[in-house]
Design a binder for this molecule. Structure first.
Ligand SMILES: Nc1ncnc2c1ncn2[C@@H]1O[C@H](COP(=O)(O)OP(=O)(O)OP(=O)(O)O)[C@@H](O)[C@H]1O
Ligand SMILES: [Mg+2]
Length: 222
């Protein structure tokens, strides 16, 4: 059986006027189903760029990415959006919740264009909110949530589609240490329940929650 994600010799180069920025250089690695992987590295080392490629938000300049055994490195925009919408749950440092929607509506957002029945959408939304312990905050708008609760809502939104993998970019970067630790415990318990997680961080203590750690420096994994 292929690994869930396989990166084969991927590179990413940005061209800005006369300058050439090689951010990812010939990187290969894989993520197995059920892994909790941390990608570590200093600021500017290319972690977000790499995560965006894994998450089908961007394509590598060279090399090949297999997602669930399928080559996505040259897939069309439509094919990539479909994979993102059905298989990948994203969690960001700044949550990206919609301010005028409450917790329930934010978590149900990924189903806006889905073909599920209303009942199925409701079940998945309620279930995802319960998994992050936010059932008592269904009707709260983001401005009425604490930072930790906002991140829980964002994690519920990622979980709602029952993704193959959760990709988290500095998920505790905007939270104080105690709240961050609670979010990391949540990731750990989701992993214990079978979730596959790839988390980017520059913080060693945060990375310690993961099972596998990859170090990224000068565009290469060490
Ligand atoms: N679209 C782009 N065009 C040009 N350069 C880019 C682009 N995206 C990223 N870069 C450059 O690539 C390098 C890596 O950026 P990236 O955001 O991946 O780093 P990072 O490791 O996530 O950093 P941080 O920890 O600060 O979030 C940076 O030098 C950045 O300026
Ligand atoms: Mg980054």
């Amino acid at each position: 059986m292929p690994d869930l994600i396989e990166a084969h010799n991927i590179s990413k180069t940005f061209y800005m006027g006369p300058s050439v920025i090689e951010v990812v250089r010939n990187v290969s690695f894989s993520v197995r189903k059920g892994d909790f992987t941390a990608i570590m590295g200093p600021s500017g080392s290319g972690k977000t760029t790499l995560l965006n490629i894994i998450g089908c938000l961007d394509r590598p300049s060279e090399g090949k990415i297999l997602f669930d055994g399928k080559d996505v490195s040259r897939a069309s925009d439509t094919a990539l959006s479909f994979i993102r919408a059905t298989k990948i749950g994203f969690v960001f440092q700044t949550f990206f919740l919609i301010p005028h929607l409450n917790t329930y509506e934010n978590v149900a957002l990924p189903f806006l264009y889905s073909s599920y029945s209303q009942e199925e959408i409701n079940n998945r939304t309620i279930d995802a909110i319960a998994r992050v312990g936010l059932t008592h905050r269904l009707n709260h708008k983001p401005s009425a949530l604490s930072g930790g609760e906002m991140q829980r809502a964002a994690i519920a939104r990622a979980l709602a589609i029952r993704p193959e993998v959760i990709l988290a970019d500095e998920p505790t970067g905007s939270l104080d240490a105690g709240t961050g630790a609670a979010i990391l415990h949540l990731f750990k318990s989701l992993h214990d329940q079978g979730a596959t997680i790839v988390m980017v961080t520059h913080d060693k203590e945060v990375a310690n929650y993961a099972q596998t750690r990859l170090f990224f420096k000068d565009g290469k994994l060490h």
